[in-house]
Design a binder for this molecule. Structure first.
Ligand code: MSP
Length: 646
C-alpha cells in the first residue's frame, strides 16, 4: 500500500483556536480521509508550536512564569479537544517542547553547521514578535509591521547565528522549475518565484539571551529561532533524530497544508534547511486562503473571532455535530482562495444543502422503501439514468480531490444528490405504488434511488464522516465506515438492502425568534388625552407573518379542472415524501402544459380545503392587476423544493 504523509501547520498556543485555524485542520482532515478512501496508508500529523516569545509571555501572564511547559500542557488539552470535536482524524500530535523534537532540532542544526552553512554574526534590525520574524526596514509601513499594524516592532541587536540561505537560491529556482506542483495553488507559486528572482539573504537561525527554546548544540547559550525550530517538527514526527528506519519509511512528506501567509517559510527556508542537512525536500505544499468573518479578518481583539466549538454545535441545530460546519468550510470556499463565514450564511446553507437537499433525499428514499416494500430494496436491472450520473460524479470527484479542489469534489457528489431528487420527482414512486402492475418498475426506481444515495454518501464521507456512516446504515449499505474505499463508490446492481428508518438527520432550523419590544407606558400628554382614539391598526406583527409557511415548490403535473374556467389542478413537489395536490385559480393566465417544470411559491401550512370534489393542500402565490390574468410568483430554479421563503 502506498504511504501518504500529510501535515498541517502547528499552531501558536498563546490563544485558543478560532474558526480560521480550524479551517486549515478541517480541510487537511478532508484530504487525509480522502487519501485513506483512495487506499493510501496515511499518516496525518497535527501539533502545537510552543517555543514562541508570545507563548512564553502568555504563560507568564497566566501565572506559569516558572513553568511555561505546564501552560502548554493545558493548551494542548484545549487544542486537541477542539480538534476532536471537529472530528479531525490526526494520527500524531506533536509539541515542540517534546524531547523527540529537541533531538531532531539539534541534529538538523548540527548537520547544517557541519556543512558550513551556519556562521556567527550580529543581527541588528526590527523584529515583530507576533510574526516571530525579522522585518527589513523596507517591509515596514509607517514604521509598523504590515501584518500587525497595532504593534511596534522591536529594534534588536544581538549575537545571532546565520543560515546561508543565499547559497540555495539557484537550487530552489531549479526545484520550482522541475516540480511545478511543489507549491499549489499557482498564485502562491508565482509569489515565491518573484521573491526568488529578487534574490535571497541569509537568515538568522538563533536568538541570544533567551531560555525558551532548544539550545544550539554548538552554542548552548543561544536557542534556535522559533521558525527554524518549528519547521523541523515535520521531520521529528516521523523519526528524524530518534528513529532512522522510520524516517526512511515516511520521508519525504507528501503534503504540508499551510496558510498563504507562511508559504515562504515552507517553500524557501524549509527545503534549504533540509538540503543543507542532506535530506530531501517535501513533495508538495498547499497554501490555502484565509477565512474571514463577515468580510473582516478573524481576530479576537476586533470581536471577529468565531469559536469552532460554537460552530460544531450551532444554536440553530445544536445536535447536528461538526458535519454541517465541515461541509460549509469545504463546499462554500474555493480551496486555495479566501473565504467568508457568517452565522446567517451558515444557517442558510444548512437548510438548503442538508435539511432540504441531502436530508430530505435520505428521508424520502428510506420512508418510501419502508412504506412500499417493508424496508427491503431488491436489485432490479442494471440501473437507469442515475447509474450514468454516478459514474460521471465519481470521475469528476476523483479528479477534483486529487488536485485538492475540495469544493469541486463536494459539488460532484451533490450533482448526484440533485439528480436523485429530480429522478424521484420524475419517476413518481407514489403513483407506481398505486398499481400492482408497476411493481417491477417500482422496485427498480427504489433500488436506483437507494443506490444513488449510497454512492453519494461514500463520496461525501471524507467531509461528513459520521453523517455519511449514518446515511449508509439507514440505506442498508453492505460496507460502511473506515473499511470504505473509492471502489465502493462504483454503481452496484446487485445485493438486496434493508433500509432502517430514523428521524430527520438535519431538521430545518426554526425561523428566528423576534422579540417585539413594547414601548414603555407613559402618562398621556393633555392634548393626546383629548385627541380622538386612532383607528384600529390593520397591520400585523412579525409573529403573525411567521405563522405562514411559504415554500418553494416545483410543478410536476398540471391538468385543467373540468367544468371550471378558473381552476387548474397542480401536483407540486414541496420536498416531502409525496407531492401535493393544489387547486389554483390561475386558468385565465396559463395553459396547464405551460406550468409543468415551473418553480413557484406556495403557502404550505394551509389547512386542506375540499374544492369541487378534490382536496387542495396549500395555495399558490400569484399576482393579478385589476382585470388582468394572474401571474405566478416564481422562485429561482436552483432552489430545491421545500426551501423556506420569508
Ligand atoms: N506556528 C506557525 C506555523 C508553524 S508551521 C511549522 C503559525 N501559527 S499560527 O497559529 O499563527 O497559524 C497556524 C495556521 O493557521 C497557519 O497555517 C495560518 O496560516 C493559519 N491561519 C491563521 N488564521 C487563519 C485564518 N483566519 N484563516 C485560515 N487560516 C488561518 O503560523
Amino acid at each position: 500500500m502506498s504511504r501518504y504523509y500529510l501535515t498541517t501547520a502547528i499552531d501558536y498556543v498563546n490563544s485558543r483556536p478560532h474558526l480560521g485555524t480550524a479551517y486549515e485542520k478541517v480541510t487537511a482532515d478532508v484530504i487525509a480521509r480522502y487519501k485513506r478512501l483512495a487506499g493510501f496508508d496515511v499518516h496525518f500529523l497535527m501539533g502545537n508550536d510552543e517555543h514562541s516569545q508570545n507563548v512564553f509571555k502568555k504563560a507568564s501572564e497566566e501565572g506559569f512564569h516558572n513553568n511555561p511547559v505546564a501552560y502548554c500542557d493545558r493548551m494542548e488539552e484545549e487544542f486537541t479537544s477542539v480538534w476532536k470535536a471537529l472530528h479531525c482524524s490526526y494520527d500524531d500530535f506533536i509539541r515542540t517542547t517534546q524531547p523527540r523534537h529537541k533531538a531532531a532540532v539539534q541534529k538538523l542544526a548540527q548537520a547544517a553547521y557541519d556543512a558550513g552553512d551556519i556562521y556567527e554574526g550580529v543581527y541588528e534590525g526590527w523584529y515583530c514578535v507576533s510574526c516571530e520574524a525579522f522585518k527589513p526596514e523596507k517591509d515596514l509601513v509607517d514604521g509598523k509591521c504590515p501584518v500587525h499594524p497595532t504593534l511596534t516592532p522591536e529594534w534588536i541587536r544581538e549575537k545571532n547565528f546565520f543560515f546561508r540561505l543565499s547559497k540555495y537560491r539557484d537550487r530552489l529556482i531549479k526545484h520550482f522549475e522541475a516540480q511545478p506542483s511543489f507549491l499549489e495553488p499557482e498564485i502562491r507559486r508565482n509569489e515565491i518565484l518573484r521573491l526568488l528572482d529578487a534574490g535571497l539573504e541569509d537568515i538568522s537561525m538563533s536568538r541570544a539571551g533567551q531560555s525558551w527554546g532548544v539550545p544550539l548544540p554548538f552554542d548552548p547559550d543561544s536557542v534556535v529561532y522559533v521558525w527554524f525550530d518549528a519547521l523541523i517538527n515535520y521531520a521529528t514526527a516521523v523519526g528524524y533524530g530518534t528513529d532512522d528506519a522510520r524516517f526512511a519509511q515516511w520521508w519525504p512528506a507528501d503534503l504540508h497544508v499551510i496558510g498563504k501567509d507562511i508559504t515562504r517559510f515552507h517553500t524557501v527556508f524549509w527545503p534549504a534547511m533540509l538540503w543543507s542537512a542532506g535530506v530531501e525536500a517535501p513533495r508538495q505544499v498547499f497554501g490555502h486562503g484565509w477565512l474571514h468573518y463577515g468580510g473582516q479578518r478573524m481576530s479576537k481583539s476586533l470581536g471577529t473571532s468565531v469559536d469552532p466549538m460554537d460552530a460544531a454545535a450551532p444554536k440553530f441545530a445544536p445536535d447536528a455535530g461538526p458535519d454541517p460546519i465541515r461541509l460549509y468550510l469545504t463546499k462554500e470556499i474555493t480551496y486555495g482562495s479566501d473565504g467568508d463565514f457568517t452565522w446567517e450564511r451558515f444557517e442558510e446553507r444548512y437548510n438548503v444543502d442538508l435539511a432540504n437537499n441531502l436530508g430530505n433525499l435520505v428521508s424520502r428514499v428510506v420512508s418510501m422503501a419502508d412504506k412500499y416494500r417493508g424496508g427491503r430494496v431488491a436489485p432490479a436491472g442494471d440501473g437507469g439514468r442515475l447509474a450514468g450520473v454516478a459514474e460521471a460524479s465519481l470521475e469528476r470527484y476523483r479528479t477534483a480531490m486529487d488536485a485538492f479542489a475540495l469544493h469541486e469534489g463536494v459539488a460532484a457528489a451533490y450533482q448526484l444528490v440533485d439528480a436523485a431528487n429530480v429522478f424521484i420527482a420524475d419517476s413518481a414512486p407514489w403513483k407506481l405504488a398505486k398499481d400492482p402492475g408497476n411493481a417491477a418498475r417500482l422496485d427498480a426506481v427504489l433500488f436506483e434511488a437507494a443506490e444513488a444515495v449510497r454512492v453519494a454518501a461514500v463520496l461525501l464521507r471524507p467531509v461528513m464522516p459520521s453523517s455519511c456512516d449514518e446515511i449508509l446504515r439507514r440505506i442498508g449499505a453492505p460496507v460502511t465506515g473506515a473499511a470504505l474505499r473509492l471502489d465502493h463508490a462504483r454503481w452496484q446492481s446487485a445485493g438486496e438492502r434493508t433500509t432502517i428508518p430514523g428521524p430527520p438527520m438535519w431538521p430545518r432550523s426554526e425561523p428566528k425568534e423576534i422579540t417585539v419590544t413594547e414601548p414603555a407606558a407613559q402618562a398621556p400628554a393633555p392634548e393626546a388625552a383629548a385627541a380622538p382614539a386612532p383607528a384600529a391598526d390593520a397591520r400585523i406583527g412579525i409573529e403573525d407573518f411567521l405563522k405562514v409557511e411559504l415554500k418553494v415548490a416545483k410543478v410536476r403535473e398540471a391538468t385543467a379542472m373540468p367544468k371550471s374556467k378558473k381552476l387548474i389542478r397542480l401536483l407540486v413537489d414541496v420536498g416531502e415524501a409525496e407531492p401535493r395536490t393544489i387547486l389554483a385559480g390561475i386558468a385565465e393566465g396559463y395553459q396547464p402544459e405551460q406550468l409543468v417544470g415551473k418553480t413557484i411559491v406556495i403557502v404550505a401550512n394551509l389547512k386542506p380545503r375540499p374544492m369541487m370534489g378534490t382536496e387542495s393542500n396549500g395555495m399558490v402565490l400569484a399576482a393579478s392587476g385589476p382585470g388582468q390574468p394572474p401571474i405566478l410568483v416564481a422562485a429561482d430554479d436552483s432552489l430545491p423544493p421545500g426551501t423556506r421563503v420569508g
